[in-house]
Design a binder for this molecule. Sequence first.
Ligand SMILES: NC(=O)c1ccc[n+]([C@@H]2O[C@H](COP(=O)([O-])OP(=O)(O)OC[C@H]3O[C@@H](n4cnc5c(N)ncnc54)[C@H](O)[C@@H]3O)[C@@H](O)[C@H]2O)c1
Length: 246
Amino acid sequence: MELSGKVSVVTGGVQGIGRAIALRLAELGSDVAVMDLKEEGSAELLSEMRALRRKPFFARADVSLSSDVDAAAEEIIGLFGRVDVLVNNAGITRDALLMRMDEKSWDSVISVNLKGTFNCTRAFLRGMIKRRSGRIINVSSVVGIMGNAGQSNYAASKAGVIGFTKSVAKEVASRGITVNAIAPGFIDTEMTRVIPEEARKSFLLSIPAGRAGAAEDVANVVAFLASDGASYITGQTIHVDGGMLM
Ligand SMILES: NC(=O)c1ccc[n+]([C@@H]2O[C@H](COP(=O)([O-])OP(=O)(O)OC[C@H]3O[C@@H](n4cnc5c(N)ncnc54)[C@H](O)[C@@H]3O)[C@@H](O)[C@H]2O)c1
């Protein structure tokens, strides 16, 4: 797999799965711009990418705000000239049973996970269409397919990402652009470290592979979807879950 000469954007790339994706793409030769709300940790990430002899960039942006995303996209395109690969990875949870879920928890999860994916895709798609080439990879979740008590907002946002992926894939397939989703299962990151021990144990029991996934397990699949070898795969949702959902 080779990504030299490519320019990639990874949203939510400062920590967790996004960080592993940014580093994997850089290892394979891509220059990488990371877009994140959180700046802490970005300097270390950028220096790791520089050590790989890549040109990295950090743009502070809240993906749920189209004004932030458009400004960051302008800066990134100004600096690199184009974007070949967009990874919509930024995501949040605000868990509660539906009867206890407030409007703010619903709105914030839909705004970041689903509208953020729309905002970023719209900002970078025009250039891809003009060049008749591009890769868009959206990070969904097994929860978007199977549902999960206490995560109706998150499940709705991630199911929305899958529908969005298929629709955009159909719109741009003839322009040499692929749009795919990844549905990770239970991956060991900050997001899952806050899950109570009992719930963690029961998640682990539901994974045939018998272990939580690592961020790198997801990053490897993103790298493949970004590569030339994946040019005939579009509109798909690839499960990276140790067999949790079959
Ligand atoms: N960890 C898992 O088990 C798991 C499973 C399935 C799907 N996912 C998905 O994978 C993606 C990454 O999750 P993670 O586990 O690495 O989470 P994480 O919380 O460790 O990292 C999320 C990153 O997104 C950034 N972010 C949050 N809101 C943002 C916003 N409004 N604008 C820009 N950046 C923002 C955060 O600052 C952070 O760097 C998410 O979309 C998540 O839903 C995770």
